[in-house]
Design a protein around this ligand. Structure first.
Ligand code: JB8
Length: 260
């Protein structure tokens, strides 16, 4: 996959030289290039921003500078990704979809963001444009959000994660549940023991125990994910466990059971 990042802080993206994503780049699985937006300015001060029409605090990034930069970088088939707190919330589903693309271009805004005509222009030109937020909080610019999205997408590329089985049983995976708790050696640490079933070698019992812990965790931390579960994917033990946790199957969906 080819990924381009356009930013006024190219050094911010240095973290992508490291770890799994750095290895993917060295292995030729990910061709990642970072560009300085100011390379496309033409004035002595290398200006990328100006005051907002209509008034208000802060500065807005100029569409003309972004337009020349993106015309150069998008190429034939680039899918434009614009991190913004006013975008759709980026999820594992977005990561999976973006991982199937040939070419992504991340446009990192700063200040109050990028002039809205930029997204509009590339959509009107028939480009795919995704305005995405990494969560309900506000960063100072799109760089950290881009790091998050490149890592989430990059680890899904074939060959990047050494053991693809690691991608199967994950939080936010197909099961729609958070992951069960995990343990390793030593078996006793600071008087804390590990759950005995994990030493039993009884694979079916271990699978059921993990499923129950995943259901409990998800019910406690992410009731929205329980409400969104596909009932067709639940077995009778799941339904019994969910009943214990205060959830009932109603009209083919899950609803909080009335308090007793
Ligand atoms: C200016 O919170 B964020 C985010 C914040 C930003 C810009 C982009 C993204 C640009 N502020 O995801």
């Amino acid at each position: 996959m080819r990924v381009d990042v356009v930013t006024v802080f190219p050094d911010y993206l240095a973290a992508l030289d490291l770890s799994l994503i750095g290895k993917a780049r060295q292995a030729g699985l990910l061709d990642l290039r970072v560009h300085d937006l100011r390379d496309w300015t033409t004035d002595r001060h290398r200006t990328v921003d100006d005051t907002p029409f209509g008034g208000g605090a802060g500065m807005v990034m100029r569409p003309d500078v972004w337009g020349t930069a993106l015309d150069d970088v998008l190429g034939e088939d680039g899918h434009l990704v614009i991190p913004t707190p006013s975008g759709e919330v980026f999820t594992q589903r977005h990561a999976e979809a973006l991982a199937t693309e040939q070419h992504l271009v991340f446009a990192c805004g700063r200040y109050e963001g990028i002039d809205a005509r930029v997204a509009e222009h590339y959509r009107a030109a028939g480009r795919r444009v995704s305005e995405l937020s990494i969560g309900d909080y506000v960063l100072n610019g799109g760089e950290v959000a881009t790091l998050v999205m490149v890592e989430a997408v990059g680890r899904l590329l074939p060959g990047v994660v050494g053991n693809p089985e690691s991608l199967v049983e994950e939080s936010h995976g197909a099961a729609g549940l958070l992951e069960y708790p995990v343990y390793t050696k030593p078996p006793v640490w600071d008087e804390h023991e590990i759950p005995e079933v994990l030493l039993s070698g009884h694979h079916a019992k271990i699978a059921r125990w993990r499923r129950d812990r995943a259901l409990e965790r998800t019910a406690a931390r992410r009731p929205d994910m329980i409400a969104a579960l596909d009932v067709a994917g639940l077995d009778k033990h799941d339904v019994a466990k969910l009943a214990e946790l205060g959830w009932a199957v109603v009209d083919g969906g899950l609803a909080r059971a009335a308090a007793l």
